[in-house]
Each structure stands twice: as C-alpha cells, then as structure tokens.
Design a protein around this ligand. Structure first.
Ligand code: FES
Length: 174
C-alpha cells in the first residue's frame, strides 16, 4: 500500500514531483480550470439550495396562514346586538381580539392589533371601519382590508362561526 510519507527512502517520492501530484496529475492551467468548474458547480448548487429554501419557506408561510388557535366558544350570539362589537382574546390571553356582528347570522372577527405598529383598533360604526388612532390607520369593517393610513396589511382575521346560538372562534389567520 502506497503512503505519502514524503520520505527520501520512498522510491516513488522525488523533490520535483510529490506523490500527491502523481495521484492528481493536473497541470497548473487545468488545475485552475477544475477550480473554476468546481466553483461554478458549488455556486449553482448553492443557488439551487437557496431557491429551494425560498420555495419551501413560501409554502410553509402559506400553510401557516390557514390558522392558529384552538376552536372555542366566545360569547352567546344574543349578547351582541347587530352592528355592535364584542372584545375577547384569541388565541391566547395576550392576543386582544374583537368581533363585529354584521346581521342576524353573520359575525366577523379580527385581531385588535393594528398591523402598522400594534396599537389597538376601534370600530367606528358611522364609517363602518376599524380605526387606529395612533397614526390614523383605517381598515374595512367587514373585511379588515386597509382603507387608508400607514398600514400595509389587513387586520389579522379570526375565523368565527355561529353554532347553536353561540359564536365560536375557530382559528386565526396570521
Ligand atoms: S399603529 Fe396603527 S396606524 Fe400606526
């Protein structure tokens, strides 16, 4: 078995040509060529991995927007008059939320945190909108979409459902 000991006793070793050079017989120009080729390959692999990672992250983000939070009852429907709001917290006690009863059967719910810098939004019935007093941000009353002001994202939506006269929170889009 050949070993690269570098010893002068080694008949395969010479000062002019080390053993590794014999095992990898590239000329200087070819070595540079290989290095460039290797670099291009690793660069391509790196870019491919980054692209795959971005696609995976986007898919994961999309899945995450489906919902978070466990289904739970919020309030009896009859306790919220049509056009009125009800404050609650969801999905955790640290997440202020608010719902609006639109009519006999329909309710919509949102995170009460403004998507600009997190101030609390309030419903303005005369304008049918959610208003943030911090920087005059406004959101549509039933969809939570941005109407005006600095926010660029809609209010975080909470999926609600009326079951046997009780309003349930089913999950929160994030
Ligand atoms: S925090 Fe609501 S508009 Fe700025």
């Amino acid at each position: 078995m050949t070993q690269d000991s570098g010893s002068a006793d080694d008949p395969l070793h010479t000062e002019a040509e080390p053993i590794w050079k014999r095992d990898f017989p590239y000329e200087a120009a070819e070595e540079e060529e290989v290095t460039r080729r290797e670099f291009a390959r690793y660069l391509t692999l790196g870019i491919g991995a980054m692209a795959a990672g971005s696609v995976g992250l986007a898919a994961w983000t999309q899945l995450r927007t489906i919902n978070t939070g466990e289904p739970r009852p919020v309030v009896a429907l009859h306790r919220v008059a049509i056009g009125e709001t009800f404050l609650f917290d969801y999905p955790t006690p640290q997440d202020p939320a608010v719902l609006l009863r639109l009519d006999d059967t329909r309710v919509v719910g949102f995170s009460q945190k403004c998507t600009h810098l997190g101030c609390v939004v309030y419903f303005e019935p005369e304008e049918s909108r959610w208003h943030c007093p911090c920087h005059e941000g406004n959101f549509d009353g039933s969809s939570g979409e941005v109407l005006s002001g600095p926010p660029t994202s809609p209010l975080g939506k909470i999926e609600l459902e009326v079951r046997d006269g009780t309003i349930w929170a089913l999950g929160r889009e994030v």
